[in-house]
Design a protein around this ligand. Structure first.
Ligand code: ATP
Ligand code: LTN
Length: 338
């Protein structure tokens, strides 16, 4: 008898809070692309999550479409992966309510992302910023995702998602798949070019600390040239804090060129930071130019993007409704007879 093999589901999301950086690309999107062939892949733009910090409505619309265009430009194929916008699917916020009733305040207070973001001077500490990990758990569990490719900073949120899934399954009955994070061995935390002890972020890094996927080549070269290194001369990968700058640049170089760090150390032995940075700028611009070009073309073709989004929302919605109604039934909410 033919065995019924269930294709596993992979799912992730990115906030449309600004232009995507090489941190998002190396830490998360490269795995999105690598895994789309072998899994039922769902990749969304989590626009509801973006509302946890104040957004200009016009800019938010533009940035959300631009992230979808960047998904396609880096190599996500809408024929293989379901690409959609979170707010187009009913179910994410509804499931979040149910899961929120199973989540402790203590658990949310322990989330380092919340602690970091709320400790920033002038931070807008709203309830959404605090309950954000519940919405993320809902994004994942709504589709029974097996794998969640993310950068290092999201590991804690995926762990909370696992705890919530296990708790629900235990309290009611087996319902949710308990997801696993997929975190790259190298490049899970690309650092700010000006402050290499802090993560490069779309919103948290200043302009000179980050490189966007759609930056102009001249801007990329300038950012790399002015990246912080140290007063030494050695191009070596070391865990010491004073080597954080060069360690970060070696990680970026290795991830974008496919050359192992040890081989880069050998290649640049006895050479200066200037030559290394010049080569790195070439590697980064070569990797990003086709992405920017494709993104710019797609942004002129809004009809195509609309079609991708309509198909994506429809596919995701079918799955979401099934799961939501199952959860409502299991929790004892009365179902309407149809
Ligand atoms: P913001 O600065 O607005 O909080 P962000 O740049 O941290 O945004 P997210 O939308 O929160 O980006 O993250 C999308 C994905 O990219 C997540 O999986 C996250 O872990 C990953 N990621 C973000 N920044 C980095 C980084 N510097 N290095 C590696 N992965 C990253
Ligand atoms: N919290 C994530 C974005 C995110 C996400 C998700 C990632 C929201 N929902 C579901 C993976 C799966 C972040 O990067 N800040």
């Amino acid at each position: 008898m033919e065995e019924n093999i269930k294709i596993k589901t992979i799912l992730s999301g990115i906030k449309p809070t600004g232009q995507l950086t090489i941190g998002n690309y190396i830490g998360a999107m490269k795995n999105f692309i690598r895994l789309q062939d072998d899994y039922d892949a769902l990749y969304m733009v989590v626009d509801l999550h973006a509302l946890t910090v104040p957004q200009d409505p016009k800019e938010l619309r533009q940035k959300t479409l631009s992230v979808i265009a960047q998904y396609i430009a880096v190599g996500l194929d809408p024929e293989k992966s379901t690409l959609f916008i979170q707010s187009h699917v009913t179910g994410h916020t509804e499931l979040a309510w149910v899961l929120g009733c199973l989540t402790g305040l203590g658990e949310l207070s322990r989330m380092t992302q919340f602690k970091d973001k709320s400790a920033k001077p002038g931070a807008n500490i709203n309830a959404g910023l605090y309950t954000y990990p519940i919405l993320m758990a809902s994004d994942i569990l709504l589709y029974n995702a097996d794998l969640v490719p993310v950068g290092d900073d999201q590991k804690q949120h995926v762990e909370l998602t696992r705890d919530i899934a296990i708790r629900f399954n235990h309290r009611y009955s087996d319902t949710f798949t308990v997801p696993e994070p997929v975190i790259p061995k190298s490049g899970a935390r690309i650092m700010d070019l000006q402050d290499p002890l802090s993560k490069m972020g779309k919103t948290d890094s200043g302009e000179s600390g980050r490189i966007a996927l759609i930056d102009d080549p001249a801007v990329v070269a300038k950012r790399i040239k002015s990246a912080v290194t140290d007063s030494g001369t050695e191009i070596i990968y070391s865990d010491k804090d004073e080597k954080a700058g060069i360690r970060n640049l070696l990680t970026i170089y290795s991830n974008l060129s496919g050359i192992q760090v040890a081989d880069l150390e050998a290649k640049y032995a006895g050479k200066g930071y200037g030559e290394f940075k010049k080569d790195l700028a070439d590697i980064v611009t070569q990797s990003l130019s086709p992405i920017k070009q494709k993104h710019d073309e797609l942004m002129k073709n809004k009809d195509y993007l609309d079609e991708v989004l309509r198909n994506g929302a429809e596919k995701a919605q079918n799955k979401a409704w099934k799961m939501l109604s199952k959860v409502y039934r299991k929790t004892g909410l009365v179902q309407l007879k149809r």
